[in-house]
Design a protein around this ligand. Structure first.
Ligand code: ADP
Length: 517
């Protein structure tokens, strides 16, 4: 009997152990499936409400607790706010609290887990934070929600119904915390990106000019009203503008309108196209051009007549030396007037479209002509103007009139920007490989910051504003020099004053001259 009793005792013991193991396994299985359920909710939803609902469902299934509370850290990482709790908190429970307030705040700040079966005695306890609808809790367990080592929130269970919380509860809740933390972060990122997207949409819609964002696949991400109209009417042209203009700003004609469009490619976003309707500006530009062409034509007519009458007088009238001089001055004045008209026209011409009238001539004669034409101005300011010519002279085949304008402009400026009783010198050096023309003065020179801009259209130095001028002279000079294949530069002289250097290529040398050498 004793032996049988022993066997029976062992059998009962085994059965109990088996039952216990079986129960533990079943519990573990249920835990895992709950975890699975939460993970599934996390990966299938970017909405925190959905994740929270599943979480509470699963928690309530495994823990008979009075309250499940999810607290989230705000974007600045400064405060915590109870996102939701089941059952619902009263008004006092929803105010934000600091990261070190209460047990929940402590968990958020330290990243530690707190299990307290008499929370009131815990040193971090705060009745405003750690309460169950205003009541002191009997037990609580609080775990941090961590993403990449930073706390995004805290998950807390209050008042376990069937006894105190134990270590096993902590482990289980920690397992729940992982997918919830991911969900919280995903939901935050999604909300953030949605907010940014909404801000971009709203900004785009306030713009009256077309704005379009296209993703890598060519799908339209953002199109404001103006862009939608264009897309509807001229989609092909619009996409053409995008593909041919990435990384640059260019003029595009779409339908009846002209746009200034800028297309930029942004990695991982797509292509952004911003357009500005410049049809009105283009029309104004065209009107201005027409007007200037008409004006210069009308101005040139009487001047041509004056020149005609002048040469008739020269040929037919018996004039004394004074008469001759006056007539010459009339010629100089008319020439200068013609130059000004040329400049006026130049304001509307495209720099690259300068056409040259080339023929062989003696550049020294141009120097002499300029010298004679500015003699009065030099005398007026008591400036000594000297011209030095070195090297073996040769004729050049170039546009004489334009090179005359070029030199006249440089010398004019030298006189204009120099004080009285100084010296201006023109130096011409003939060499086989190049013809160098230099104009030096003793004025104030050009401020270092301005040096890079003096050849730009309409640029005028601050000091120059006291003098008459249009800021077109030097830009026209550069266009003329470059049209001849030459180059121009300016430096300030160490002793003071500006020093302009024009280099014309030796290839301009007239062919007949080359043959003579
Ligand atoms: P403008 O003389 O009509 O202002 P320019 O195009 O001829 O226009 O010259 C551009 C600017 O360059 C001038 O406004 C002036 O500031 C500067 N500049 C040109 N030549 C000289 C010079 N010889 N000395 C000092 N500054 C000069």
């Amino acid at each position: 009997m004793a032996a049988i009793a022993d066997f029976a005792a062992i059998a009962v013991q085994n059965a109990r152990t088996y039952q216990a193991t079986d129960q533990a396994l079943a519990r573990r299985y249920e835990e895992l499936s709950a975890l699975n359920e939460v993970s599934r909710a996390v990966s299938s939803s970017l909405d925190l409400d959905t994740v929270y609902t599943v979480l509470v469902e699963q928690v309530n299934h495994y823990w008979p607790v009075e309250l499940v509370c999810l607290s989230l850290v705000d974007e600045q990482g400064q405060k915590l706010r109870k996102y939701r709790q089941v059952p619902k908190a009263n008004a006092r429970g929803t105010r934000p609290f600091a990261l070190n307030e209460g047990i929940i705040g402590y968990v958020a700040q330290s990243g530690d887990v707190v299990m307290a079966n008499n929370p009131e005695t815990h040193e971090a306890y705060n009745p405003f934070v750690d309460n169950v609808n205003g009541q002191i809790p009997a037990s609580m367990v609080s775990v941090p929600l961590q993403v990449q080592n930073h706390v995004v929130g805290v998950l807390t269970l209050f008042n376990k119904a069937d006894g105190p919380f134990i270590e096993q509860d902590v482990d289980r809740l920690k397992a729940f915390a992982n997918p919830v933390a991911t969900a919280v972060e995903n939901a935050r990122l999604f909300k953030e990106s949605e907010r940014q997207r909404a801000a971009i949409q709203a900004t785009a819609h306030t713009l009256s000019q077309p704005l379009l964002i296209i993703d890598e696949a060519g799908d339209v991400l953002v199109a404001n009203e103006a862009a939608t109209v264009l897309l509807g009417a001229h989609m092909a042209q619009l996409f053409e503008a995008i593909s041919s203009g990435i990384g640059q700003t260019m003029e595009t004609k779409i339908g009846e309108k002209t746009y200034l469009s800028t297309a930029e490619h942004l990695a991982e976003v797509g292509t952004i196209l911003v357009m500005q309707d410049i049809t009105y500006v283009k029309q104004l530009e065209a009107d201005r051009e027409d007007f200037l062409h008409m004006l210069s034509h009308d101005l040139k007519n009487p001047l041509t007549a004056i020149m005609g009458w002048k040469s008739l007088l020269e040929r037919t009238a018996e004039l004394d030396s004074r008469g001759d001089r006056y007539l010459k001055q009339i010629g100089v004045a008319v020439d200068r007037m013609l130059i000004m008209i040329e400049q006026l026209l130049y304001t509307v011409t495209d720099n690259s479209s300068v056409s040259l009238m080339k023929k062989p001539f003696d550049f020294n004669k141009v120097v002499e002509r300029v010298q004679a034409d500015v003699a009065g101005a030099a005398l007026n300011k008591a400036i000594s103007l000297t011209c030095a010519i070195t090297g073996e002279r040769y004729d050049i085949e170039a546009d004489e009139n334009r090179l005359y304008h070029m030199l006249l402009n440089l010398v004019d400026n030298a006189l204009k920007y120099s004080p009285r009783e100084t010296a201006v010198s023109v130096q011409v050096e003939y060499a086989t490989e190049q013809l160098t023309i230099q104009v030096l003065d003793e004025g104030a020179g050009i401020p270092e910051d301005d040096l890079a801009f003096v050849f730009e259209k309409y640029f005028r130095g601050d000091k120059a504003k006291a003098q008459p001028g249009s800021g077109l002279g030097l830009s026209a000079v550069r266009v003329i020099v470059q049209a001849h294949g030459g180059s121009i530069g300016v430096v300030n002289r160490p002793e003071g004053g500006a020093h302009f250097t024009v280099i014309l290529p030796g290839s301009l040398r007239a062919v007949s001259e080359t043959a003579d050498v």
